[in-house]
Design a protein around this ligand. Structure first.
Ligand code: HEC
Length: 203
């Protein structure tokens, strides 16, 4: 009974909260899908290429330990620079087990991440997911691309016993509330998220 009540009050809370900020999920018009996908994929590519090339440069210059400091200091800045170049759209990363608190998922992100998890378990993870939200009368489309863990990621997202102690130390200093460890290859690490206001042109 207590559980039911808890669930009910949680639902009421989330309903009140949703109506309070006037943000709700709406249907994506079928004829928009291709355009949203193209814009989403382009912004995703730009962010990932920028992050990757900077990470590779840092590793080549200072090794993996130097690279973690670099990531910690620069990932946000690089994401901001990519966004400054994009017109109208906003690209970011979200994760249930986030390292940077700025990457904490909202309710819709959480739902999409859960959907990716479920599909991954079924061996059918889709290459992307598109939804739409209406906030204060304005519609935005949201494009998500799932990000999975490979062996390389474990240098900084693996188990504490297997990561270099210097890396663990830097992570603990920089991110005292870090959740982004103990991953295994193949797992879902998070998603790239691209918010595209209705009416955005181009691909
Ligand atoms: C050199 C260390 C390092 C490696 C290797 C690394 N990461 Fe990270 N990762 C970080 C750091 C540090 C952050 C936090 C960046 C920030 O403050 O914005 C992060 C953040 C992220 C985020 C954003 C969500 C969050 O937790 O804040 C994702 C997604 C992510 N990493 C995925 C990956 C994937 C996938 C790989 C492998 C392809 C990988 N990372 C490899 C250090 C690393």
């Amino acid at each position: 009974m207590k559980r039911v009540l808890l669930f009910l009050s949680a639902s009421v809370f989330s309903l009140t909260f949703t109506s309070c900020v006037h943000k709700k999920e709406v249907k994506v018009p079928q004829d928009k899908v291709e355009e949203i996908k193209a814009i989403g994929q382009k912004a995703t590519r730009e962010l990932m290429m920028e992050l990757k090339s900077n990470l590779v440069k840092a590793i080549n210059g200072e090794g993996i330990v130097g690279a973690i400091s670099f990531c910690a200091d620069k990932a946000e800045e690089i994401t901001k620079e990519v966004n400054d170049k994009l017109i109208n759209v906003k690209v970011s990363r979200v994760s249930e087990k986030y390292r940077n608190p700025g990457d904490k998922p909202d309710e819709i992100d959480k739902k999409v991440l859960k959907y990716f998890e479920k599909k991954l378990k079924e061996g059918k993870i889709p290459p992307y997911y598109i939804t739409a939200v209406k906030e204060n009368g304005k519609v935005s489309y949201i494009f998500y691309k799932p990000l999975r863990v490979n062996q390389f990621c474990l240098n900084c997202h693996g188990s504490v016993n297997e990561m270099k102690p210097e890396i663990v130390k830097i992570i603990r200093e920089k991110y005292p509330e870090d959740r982004a460890i103990n991953y295994k290859p193949g797992e879902l690490r998070g998603a790239v998220k691209v918010v595209i206001p209705e009416g955005t042109k181009g691909s």
